[in-house]
Design a protein around this ligand. Structure first.
Ligand code: ADP
Length: 151
């Protein structure tokens, strides 16, 4: 049973995130979407609604689970017996940032990170820009898996 953890803020969960999950289920028996809760960083979108929405989105795919966590990502991996961390890459900035974190995670725990490239059409999707668009009252529905969790 090969489990992978896809950690992130997912604030909001975008079509780019969804595409990474679809790629990851090809390799793993179970993919846990881990929403990291950081006491210094408030979420914009309601956490419970996001969890319900992600569960609804993958309700026909029993390989995909969603959980929240507050610990170090590698500790959450160990707790769930996930062998790998899953992350998505859009560009070279993502790569440089992710490389440092992946190296540190490997150094402290031995847990490797596996990267999937973004789909060509989602390369510009970025949760923080989507939050800005939303805060300025423009339509974010083309970028997110459903606007339902915004209600
Ligand atoms: P974090 O705050 O941990 O970066 P995010 O929710 O922004 O969390 O992103 C979670 C993961 O999804 C990261 O690996 C990020 O690079 C990846 N990701 C975000 N948007 C996309 C996208 N459009 N295509 C592919 N991967 C993405």
């Amino acid at each position: 049973m090969k489990k992978g953890l896809f950690p992130g803020s997912f604030d909001p969960f975008t079509k780019g995130h969804e595409a990474i999950v679809f790629k990851a289920v090809e390799l793993f028996d179970e993919v846990i979407i881990g929403i990291g809760i950081n006491s210094n960083k408030a979420f914009l979108f309601d956490l419970e609604k996001r969890i319900d929405h992600i569960n609804e989105l993958f309700k026909n795919n029993p390989k995909v689970k969603v959980q929240t966590y507050q610990s170090l990502t590698v500790d959450f991996c160990k707790k769930n017996k996930a062998s790998h961390i899953i992350r998505g890459l859009r560009n070279s900035q993502d790569f440089e940032y992710e490389k440092t974190i992946a190296h540190m995670n490997e150094a402290i725990s031995g847990i490797e990170t596996i990267f999937f490239l973004t789909d060509l059409k989602y390369g510009a999707l970025n949760s923080s820009i989507i939050r800005e668009i939303y805060l300025n009252k423009a339509d974010i529905s083309p970028f997110v898996t459903s606007p339902d969790f915004l209600v």
